[in-house]
Design a protein around this ligand. Structure first.
Ligand code: PMP
Length: 434
């Protein structure tokens, strides 16, 4: 076709008409035409094991999810100004996964939109406008989301931190400002400094936003006690506490359904995205009754697509499949196995400096003996693994952390295959620690 068939012609058409800031993975990008469980498949039938897609949460093209969308699409899809049982059903199933304090939901269409709404809710509820967020945090592509995402405004093409935002250092116990165990208190003191900086500028606090495991920052687990202490500090100034579960949530961490539950806190607002629609654009903002009440200040919140019958049918099917197929338990079992095996691998190949994460949200970091990041080796590993049919991705401020966040149907056998090829590539000359 004129749109291209082989990779070269697809790429040249794309280069002509699609915005240049949209990036592709790999120097020689893949053409993917089908998905199935934990696999992606190219037009020639080659299967790739997907270790990075946390959107295809219950597996690529899960039949129950596909059918839920297909059936509802054939009946009706419209905006949310009519009564419909699908939005009620999804609200009930989703809210049943939260502690009782979090009991109101607004549906939207993307993680960015969810965070955009969360920021607006926090501002409306507090009459504040200052926000506190993490270094190397990413929360979405809208103007307000970019303003709180140091991953973007401190990166290429970024214009730096806006006045109303304060950033605390990445709470990274391996290579961060404070290292080792028991750093929660020290990082919370950094949050306190941010609060003080806003005060000095006479900017009233609206809230703090953070992921429950910081993904773009390099799969950074929050130090023990950090969230609890930070929330106390923020609430003492009447700010709201927002947790971004767009990447981490929906059973992925294994031990709990939501990442924040690993830390014994209850946020005021939680944002949910990627996994909820298993690839269909569906996201949500869950909040307390108090925030919801304050947000309903007379200004209507209208969202043409958010919470439509098709999206809600899909969302309910996804949440049911997580439960029916015991995917949270699978994440715990396979995640623990994988993490232990990766720690073994790190003993044989000390280039792996740190293995971290929870459930099927893991990461490992490549460093030299002085703990300096090894970006080139990370890129080499990703490209070599592709040749063996395994898809990997990296992140972190130094692009040296491999992120593991596969579809939750990832099995022990998938993990064994993945580990086999990792061991093979780590034994190659390019990966020798110098
Ligand atoms: N929050 C986090 C933590 C994310 O990783 C992302 C997307 N990578 C977003 C928000 C934005 O979500 P979306 O791309 O669906 O707008």
């Amino acid at each position: 076709t004129k749109y291209g068939k082989d990779n070269d012609s697809l790429l040249s058409f794309r280069k002509k008409y699609i915005g240049k800031s949209l990036s592709l993975q790999y120097k020689n990008p893949l053409q993917i035409v089908r998905g199935q469980g934990p696999y992606l498949i190219d037009p020639w039938g080659k299967k790739y094991l997907d270790t990075l897609n946390n959107v295809a949460h219950v597996g690529h093209e899960h039949i129950e999810v596909v059918n839920a969308g297909r059936m509802q699409m054939a009946l009706l899809n419209t905006n949310t100004r009519y009564l419909h049982k699908n939005i009620n059903e999804l609200a009930e199933i989703l809210l049943s996964t939260f502690p009782p304090e979090l009991n109101v939901v607004h549906f939207v269409n993307s993680g960015s939109e969810a965070n955009e709404l969360a920021l607006r809710m926090a501002k409306t509820a507090t009459n504040g406008k200052g926000f506190i967020a993490s270094e190397v945090g990413y929360h979405g592509n809208t103007n307000a989301c970019i303003d709180i995402s140091s991953y973007k405004f401190d990166g290429k093409g970024g214009k730096g931190k806006p006045d109303y935002v304060e950033i605390f250092p990445l709470p990274d116990a391996f290579r961060g400002k404070f290292r080792g165990e028991n750093t929660g208190e020290f990082y919370a003191q950094e949050v306190e400094k941010c609060i003080q900086n806003l005060k000095n500028k006479n900017i009233p606090l609206a809230g703090m936003i953070i992921e429950s495991i910081i993904s773009c920052g390099g799969q950074i687990e929050l130090p023990e006690g950090f969230l609890q202490k930070s929330f106390d500090l923020v609430r003492a100034q009447k700010g709201t506490c927002i947790i971004d579960e767009v990447q981490v949530g929906c059973g992925r961490v294994g031990k709990t359904f939501w990442g924040f539950q690993l830390h014994n806190v209850i946020p005021d607002i939680v944002t949910i995205g990627k996994p909820l629609g298993n690839g269909h654009p569906l996201a949500a903002v869950v909040c307390t009754a108090e925030i919801a009440e304050k947000f309903a200040n007379g200004m209507e919140f209208f969202n043409t697509f958010g919470g439509n019958p098709v999206s809600c049918a899909i969302g309910s099917a996804v949440l049911k499949m997580i439960k029916n197929e015991n995917l949270q338990e699978n994440a715990l079992k396979v995640g623990d196995f994988l993490k232990n095996e990766l720690k073994q691998l790190a003993k044989d190949f000390p280039i792996i400096g740190d293995v971290r994460g929870q459930g099927l949200f893991l990461g490992f970091e490549l460093v030299n003996s002085q703990l300096q990041p090894l970006e080139e080796q990370t890129t080499y590993l990703i490209n070599r693994m592709k040749e063996f049919g395994i898809l990997l991705s990296s992140d972190g401020p130094d692009h040296n952390v491999i992120k593991i966040k596969p579809p939750m149907v990832f099995s022990i056998e998938n993990a064994i295959e993945f580990l086999f090829y990792l061991r093979k590539v780590f034994a190659e000359d390019f990966m020798k620690l110098t």
